[in-house]
Design a protein around this ligand. Structure first.
Ligand SMILES: Cc1cc2nc3c(=O)[nH]c(=O)nc-3n(C[C@H](O)[C@H](O)[C@H](O)COP(=O)(O)OP(=O)(O)OC[C@H]3O[C@@H](n4cnc5c(N)ncnc54)[C@H](O)[C@@H]3O)c2cc1C
Length: 512
């Protein structure tokens, strides 16, 4: 037996599971297809002197979990830099800020837009208990019992019935109920839109209603780039005796007499283990299994048609906003949206199979808080934009990438004119690029659509919701394809580790 536990894929969730298993004394081998560790949480110096993230950049939800403390990741090099303000919201003319302190945010809002600070404070009062309860729900395997407990705990002042009515609504409607000023509402709605579903989707309100969590846990950045998290996880695994293999694509999960016994790599080499954990996209797991072990439900998961893309820029000078508040504008996530129609139009373009020409943006210039990301005086600027279909009505992504890039740059020039002249290097991540390079099928950064039909016990599909593959013993699942879905959180990795370690120890496989 080569290992006790083999982990397929080196995304952050898989590494979290691997780290818990290695810390518990099991011999762990991680096999990652790419040349860098971390999947959608990785960083590389792509332009000399400039460090680019490949995927997620804002570390929010993971800090609401015990993962970082339990795995002692600070000891393995992880240093979180707190962002404050958390967000810079702007229509281009009237910026406002969401600070770590909700009271300060409400106070400033009230001065700028009378009535809206009070609305913000009321929103926080109404939804903080719910947001906390949702966070707790993320930290365990999904079950109707847990969901019932969540509803009971999330009471607040609204009362159960009023609360449930709002939870079932589209988040765009709930935002309108609370905020009369569009310049306040639009950025909050835009932030909620980043899970994928549009503001009109029924049952999507939780994407807005967990906003209070940003004030609870903050928004942070690992020093040296997002990959600081996954590098620390890899170091932890190795320190506990595990091994991390890069450029090691798994082509087959070996199944003998109904149990997973190891993996075969693309180069033909084989490794055996007592248990296999797959942290890849669920369709990659299905693709590596003998067809007779892939249930119909696994083939029918809803991947969607992509939704976002990123233009990553190396700039020779720092970003200068038209209406500038130095340094606050450059620190947090820039929720840059002219008005609500901009988001609606972008979604309309997407439905028609067209890359939008005028996207709302999330601007991230974290060199403002981390001088290791860019040379002195320079800046990294990442512009996340929506919406962009993977399958286009017209042409291919190779033909239309430049046009989409121009649309993003033009949209940003409204906020910070002259940025274009500062560019010294770039990476354009279209949905096709994310699909081809990151294993994010159809460019969906959440793996699967985050609609209610694929959340909680329905993710990735009902029979696999307990982090175990149905019908194949000793095959476990983690990653954004499982509960609680996409985002940098590690909760799936921790929940999967619990299922894995419970069953390994029950069988007396605990190592001395
Ligand atoms: C551009 C972008 C921006 C984002 N922004 C944010 C953000 O700011 N904040 C946030 O919270 N979230 C963000 N996200 C989402 C978040 O980063 C992801 O949902 C999350 O990191 C997924 O992690 P994971 O561990 O589940 O899986 P993944 O990161 O998808 O890891 C899967 C791993 O498996 C590997 N793999 C695939 N097939 C094989 C194989 N056959 N053999 C071996 N290895 C294989 C892949 O190479 C990959 O490393 C963003 C994502 C992207 C792409």
């Amino acid at each position: 037996m080569d290992y006790d536990v083999i982990v397929m894929g080196g995304g952050h969730n898989a590494l979290v599971t691997a780290a818990y298993a290695a810390r518990a004394g099991y011999r762990v081998g991680v096999f990652e297809r790419r040349h860098v560790i971390g999947g959608a949480v990785s960083t590389e110096e792509l332009v000399p002197g400039y460090r680019f993230d490949y995927g997620g950049s804002a570390h929010i939800l993971i800090r609401m979990t015990p993962v970082v403390q339990e795995l002692e990741l600070a000891r393995f090099g992880l240093q979180y830099l707190e962002l404050d303000p958390l967000f810079h919201c702007s229509d281009g003319d009237t910026p406002w800020f969401i600070h770590r302190s909700a009271d300060r945010t409400a106070h400033e809002l009230e001065t700028l837009f009378p009535g809206q600070g009070d609305a913000y404070a009321r929103f926080m009062r109404d939804w903080t208990p719910f947001a906390r309860a949702v966070n707790d729900l993320f930290l365990s395997a999904p079950s109707p019992l847990e969901m019932g407990k969540m509803m009971r705990r999330s009471g607040g002042e609204l009362g159960m019935q009023a609360q449930l009515a709002r939870i079932l609504r589209p988040y765009g409607d709930v935002a309108r109920e609370y905020f009369t000023e569009e310049r306040v509402r639009a950025p909050l709605t835009w932030m909620a839109a980043q899970s994928g579903p549009p503001p009109t989707e029924p049952l999507s309100a939780p994407f807005l209603l967990w906003h209070p969590l940003y004030h609870e846990g903050g928004v942070a950045r690992p020093r040296g780039g997002s990959g600081g998290l996954t590098r620390a996880l890899a170091r932890a695994i190795e320190a506990y005796g595990g091994q991390v293999h890069l450029n090691a694509a798994v082509s087959r999960i070996l199944v003998e007499r109904g149990r997973a016994t190891g993996v075969e790599l693309a180069d033909g080499s084989r490794f055996t283990a007592r248990a296999v954990v797959s942290g890849t996209h669920v369709l990659a797991t299905a693709g590596a299994l003998p067809p007779e072990h892939v249930p119909e439900a696994a083939r029918n998961v809803r991947v969607g048609n992509g939704f976002g893309m990123v233009l990553r820029l190396a700039l020779k000078e720092q970003v200068r906003y038209r209406v500038h508040h130095e340094p606050a504008s450059r620190v947090g996530l820039g929720l840059l949206i002219r008005d609500e129609r901009q988001l609606a139009r972008a979604y309309g373009d997407y439905l028609a199979g067209e890359p939008t020409r005028d996207p709302p943006l999330v601007a991230m210039s974290f060199s403002a808080v981390d001088d290791s990301l860019a040379p002195p005086g320079g800046e990294v600027l990442w512009l996340w934009a929506q919406y962009y279909p993977f399958q286009l009505a017209r042409g291919t992504w190779a033909q239309r990438e430049l046009e989409a890039r121009e649309g993003i740059l033009n949209a940003f020039e409204h906020f910070a004119p002259g940025t274009r002249d500062n560019i010294v290097g770039e990476l354009v991540q279209t949905p096709q690029w994310l699909h081809d390079h990151m294993g994010l099928v159809h460019g969906n950064v959440m793996h699967l659509e985050m609609g209610f039909d694929q959340m909680f016990a329905f993710r990735p599909f009902m029979a696999a919701s307990q982090y175990r593959w149905p019908g194949v013993r000793d095959l476990y699942l983690t990653g954004a394809s499982t509960h609680p879905g996409g985002g940098i959180m590690g909760a799936s990795g921790r929940n999967a580790a619990r299922a894995l370690l419970h069953s390994l120890s029950r069988r007396g496989w605990r190592r001395a």
